[in-house]
Write a protein that binds this ligand. Structure first.
Ligand code: FE2
Length: 168
């Protein structure tokens, strides 16, 4: 693997761990505010980000590349005003992750690293799903925002999300 893409992939692994950390912070905040469904939903998001990092690591190892684990930045925001703000920030975060994955894909293409392009295609598709699920939750939150009972019902529904280990 070329050094340039190896380093960029390492930065992506770090970004996945930072995503995980962000969603864990959100899960904890939601729990303290009594939104137990949203907390569970974010907890699964945390697990999925760890899967993303693991999938990248596995690929790097199979290519004989070096994996460097960097320090993870502290999540500066500890509290979100409401579920809407939390999901809005999550969507923005996922859009940044998508940009980063697209940048990696561009680099892999420039380097004619077709194996990395193939692995990254999974992440390109995964980001479509990630942004879609954040947009879906955001849309639903806008719909139920005027009605406390509906909001409670929706929180319960979010809590039913099940974790399925991601594999590529
Ligand atoms: Fe991710």
């Amino acid at each position: 693997m070329e050094k340039r893409i190896e380093e960029a992939m390492n930065r992506q692994i770090n970004m996945e761990y930072e995503s995980a950390y962000l969603y864990l912070a959100m899960s904890l905040d939601a729990e303290t505010k009594g939104m137990t469904g949203l907390s569970q939903w974010m907890f699964i998001q945390w697990l999925e980000e760890l899967d993303h990092a693991r999938i990248l690591q596995k690929y790097m190892l199979s290519r004989g590349a070096r994996i460097d684990l960097f320090s993870i930045n502290v999540v500066e925001q500890k509290s979100w005003k409401n579920a809407f703000d939390m999901i809005k920030d999550s969507l923005e975060h996922e859009r940044n992750v998508t940009k980063s994955i697209n940048g990696l894909m561009k680099m892999a293409k420039e380097l004619d690293d077709f194996a990395t392009c193939s692995r990254l295609q999974w992440f390109v598709d995964e980001q479509v799903e990630e942004e879609e699920s954040m947009r879906d939750v955001l849309g639903m939150l806008i719909m139920v925002s005027d009605c406390k009972a509906s909001l409670l019902q929706y929180d319960r529904w979010l809590g039913e999300r099940k974790y399925l280990q991601k594999s590529a």
